[in-house]
Design a protein around this ligand. Structure first.
Ligand SMILES: *Cc1c(COP(=O)(O)O)cnc(C)c1O
Length: 358
């Protein structure tokens, strides 16, 4: 009997890359492998992504770990360096960096490098998180071409705040803002995250930057992965470790937050918040056992959760429980929990082994 594990399908990953290539046929593809490849295992995913043009990471440590593992693909550090002393290590490892503020620009200009670095300049077109404001960009833009430490030409990128929403107005204003900034400038352009790739063809430009879509999870609330032609890469499974009769009116689990309205059988599944399953999952959150959906009842604990199997279950100890995957998209679980699929897949803990297939 197996406790919680995730099965990661390399063929689903390859399918999703092909699907993205079909959606944006004339662009380069920067595959996001930050945050342990959204929980899918950064090194394994990076080494099985043969046909991508670059890998995107958020942290210096992630970029260096990829190089140490022998990955030779172009790597882009999306938030840039936090500490000026990292510039040398990044340059030595041939890692491209984003710069999003004047401090980073100055540090890069002043660095002693033997070779210029490949640089992406981040413009804040409306996300208002990182990036040069349009005014700042206008006043600094010549410096991106003048520094000997910046490989010519620099690239220009921006990030969408709400490309997943059905109202497209804000994203269109972000695209217009970006275009206004980069008008007449030489250099590659990149705007589209997963939602942008599917919803805004005019945002494809030179490079697309898919993250969640690579892993077969929909970035949209109103469209499923299946609607988009994507296949879930991760399936999270565990086992029933107990099947127990339970009387009407009795509670189950910590805090006694649920009482059974009827005589029933409860199943105990070996997964809990110690594995990264959210403790906040409310009553009714779906689990799939023997081809049917059963509801979580009571509180999720560290190592276990309980489901209501109904009064005459055929289920037995040792039967498999699909936490998400085939027949139960992670997006559905996320809706019950009040979060997004991104968070659920990314937050699995190191106790959950990842097994790779095909
Ligand atoms: C994470 C990230 C992406 C990918 O976003 P998804 O919604 O997962 O496709 C793209 N660009 C940047 C700058 C990011 O940080």
């Amino acid at each position: 009997m197996k406790s919680a594990y995730a099965s990661i399908s390399k063929s689903a990953l390859a399918h999703n890359i092909a699907r993205l290539r079909q959606q944006a046929p004339n662009t380069k593809l920067m595959a996001m492998v930050k945050a342990n490849a959204y929980g899918h295992g950064m090194l394994q995913i990076a080494t099985s992504l043969n046909h991508v043009d670059a890998l995107g990471v958020a942290r210096v440590e992630e970029a260096l770990a990829l190089r140490e593992a022998g990955v030779s693909t172009e790597i882009v550090l999306l938030e840039g360096f936090y500490t000026d002393s990292n510039i040398g290590a990044l340059a030595a490892a041939n890692i491209s960096t984003v710069i999003h503020c004047e401090h980073q620009l100055l540090a890069l200009e002043n660095a002693k490098l033997s070779q210029p670095m490949k640089v992406w300049v981040k413009i804040d077109s409306g996300m208002h998180r990182l990036g040069f404001s349009p005014q700042q960009f206008e006043s600094l833009k010549l410096r991106f071409y003048q520094s000997n430490n910046i490989q010519q030409n620099p690239g220009f990128m921006s990030h969408f705040a709400s490309a997943d929403e059905s109202n497209q107005d804000y994203t269109l204003s972000q695209i217009a803002c970006f275009d206004n900034c980069v008008q007449g400038l030489q250099g590659q352009q990149s705007l589209a995250n997963s939602a942008g790739i599917f919803a805004f063809e005019q945002s494809h430009r030179d490079w697309i930057r898919p993250g969640i879509a690579l892993y077969g999870v929909s970035p949209f609330a109103h469209l499923s992965a299946e609607d988009l032609g994507l296949l879930a890469v991760m399936e999270l499974r565990s086992s029933l470790i107990a099947v127990r009769p339970h009387q009407a009116g009795e509670s189950a689990g910590y805090g006694r937050i649920w009482r059974s309205p009827h005589d029933t059988y409860l199943g105990v599944v070996a997964i809990g918040y110690g594995d990264g399953y959210p403790r906040t999952a409310p009553e009714g959150t779906p689990v799939r056992i023997n081809g049917r959906i059963v509801p979580i009842v009571g509180r999720v604990s560290m190592d276990m959760l309980t489901v209501d199997l109904g009064p005459k279950p055929m289920d037995q100890v040792g039967d498999e429980a699909i936490i998400w995957g085939a027949g139960l998209p992670v997006e559905d679980v996320a809706k019950h929990v009040g979060t997004i699929g991104y968070e659920l897949v990314t937050k699995l803990t190191s106790r959950v082994p990842l097994y790779y297939k095909d």
